[in-house]
Design a protein around this ligand. Structure first.
Ligand SMILES: [Zn+2]
Length: 257
């Protein structure tokens, strides 16, 4: 038996946050930027070498493939995986800084699926490019609403002064954007088309990237039987919900507080 060494926790944290738990082989081969369950792999296959350059987060499938000796002749090489890993780390940094900058320099060419997103073809809508924009600006990109609801003061606690809610449709998805009195977007709720994705509430880490909230890698701040809520560092309040205990995610609400 190979003696298994435990990765020191500061190095482990570095690998987890640098990768955001994306598998660099999924990323390098398939352009797949989704969060994966997996393990930290020792790329030189020496379990006591925990130099940061020797480590990568790999999904279970790719970890097995990488470690299996039969595949080594024409399989994934050490240098190849390091190139994918470095490229992944750069992409994680890029996307985090884009998300943090948010709507300041959004171009809107990739606000809605399935167009032009080079990392995640499963993007529903990039919510970071919705907040703080006006109705007029957003509707250039997402089209005219199917419906408009006027809200009374206090109807939505996160947008207390009233305003309007507009309903939009994009592909299989129907969603609301909540605007405040000055017609500025403050919240979004997606409630149709999500259940069909068959993602359970417990798999939230695979769902959040679909709305470009993959920056939320921490555990939820509040967990109920059918909801999970985060208050993240961008000032967002994010709630995902299932319609029944143990069910699939059916809705997401995000407010910029
Ligand atoms: Zn993988």
């Amino acid at each position: 038996m190979t003696k298994r060494h435990r990765t020191p926790s500061d190095i482990e944290t570095n690998v987890l946050t640098s990768s955001g738990r994306r598998c660099c082989i999924c990323f390098g081969l398939n352009d797949d930027f989704l969060v994966k369950k997996g393990q930290i792999a020792h790329l030189d296959r020496n379990p006591s070498n925990y130099n940061i350059d020797n480590l990568a987060w790999l999904c279970f499938e790719h970890h097995d493939e990488y470690d299996s000796r039969t595949s080594q002749s024409k399989g994934l090489t050490l240098l190849e995986v390091k190139v994918y890993r470095n490229s992944l780390y750069n992409s994680v940094i890029d996307r985090r800084s884009q998300t943090i900058k948010g709507s300041e320099d959004a171009t809107y060419t990739d606000i809605l699926s399935p167009f032009n997103d080079k990392y995640n073809k499963n993007l529903i809508i990039d919510v970071s490019k919705v907040f703080d924009y006006s109705i007029e600006h957003l509707e250039k990109y997402i089209g005219k609403p199917k419906d408009v609801f006027w809200r009374k003061i206090g109807t939505i606690s996160e947008v207390p002064d009233g305003g309007q809610t507009r309903e939009y449709e994009s592909g299989p998805y129907i969603f609301w954007i909540h605007y405040d009195k000055s017609e500025t977007a403050r919240g979004i709720r997606i409630f149709e088309g999500i259940e069909e994705l068959n993602t359970s509430l417990e798999e939230w880490y695979n769902f959040l990237p679909r709305v470009n909230l993959s920056i939320v890698v921490n555990l939820p701040d509040i967990t109920g039987l059918t909801t999970k809520t985060w208050f993240n560092q961008l000032g967002y309040k994010i709630t995902i919900a299932s319609s029944k205990v143990g069910g699939n995610i059916t809705a997401i609400r995000v407010f910029k507080l």
